[in-house]
Design a protein around this ligand. Sequence first.
Ligand code: P6P
Length: 320
Amino acid sequence: MTTFETFLEGQKANGLSGELIAVLAEIAQATRKISDTLKTSALDGLTGATEETNVQGETQKPLDILSNDILLDACRKVPSVSFAVSEELDAEVAIHAGGKYAVIFDPLDGSSNLDVNVTVGTIFSVIEAKTAQDILKTGRHQLIAGYAAYGPQTTLVLTTGKGVQIFTLNGDGIYVLTTADAKIVPEAKEFAINAARRASWDDVVAAYIEDAIDSGHNMRWVGSMVADTHRIFNRGGVFLYPADRNKPASGGRLRLLYEANPIGLLVEAAGGEAIIGDSKILDIEPTGLHQRVPVIFGSKAEVDKLAAAYGARVLEAAAE
Ligand code: P6P
């Protein structure tokens, strides 16, 4: 049995720095704490909503704040952490003056599902950043990316740049390696999109979904990105959260730094593709901590169809 701890020993032998191993170990410990907290949250009066709203304009839930605090405490335990960036906080938080790694996270993604006991998750990313300005770099600079999915099982999915590993939390609070080199199947007949927003889709997405339905594809939409992502790791498929064609400046709903980038690195490391139209997510130059982008990722054959359609549209526009 390979545990997370023995995995880290292997990572050290493969050259991952002791500092990054310490960061990853504390993030994993934070996800264990969040998992434990969620299990009894309804008994501990931690459900419902607070009177607070976050920088996104979303009503904060007690568990959003608690999960955020658990991750900030984890960052403070590691001297090499310079900054923390969170969906729940307006600006970056200075952690250790001499630090060199920024930890970027969505502490509890999909928290609107908490009161209905549906899988939610923590999404995290680690980059080298000695100054606040260093934080705004493309997703290709991520050194570590991953998520924890808190569902019937608690699973930790991560990459340190070489493949994707999946761990499952056992009854003793130990993460056990259950998939050593996760791959996303290139072909799949299942898409994830919020079909209620059909009026906001651009013509590429609308045509793709219509064709998928005509071809007998299935649809799943959990309303929790981590849950939809984990399904795609398990059986393939494509996830789409396109920009609203009526509000192009909004960029979409999902955030680049702590949702699209970490998921994009994991997906590419598992042989999938992650795009925003004719560009790859990991090549987008960030302009702000909470920048939103359209997101399409999953099985390579399906995402390539969409990328080709966007590419053709760019060529048509250039020819006009
Ligand atoms: P909608 C959760 O709030 C989230 O950021 C993602 O986890 C999820 O995929 C998406 O929003 C759901 O959005 O518009 O369907 O509620």
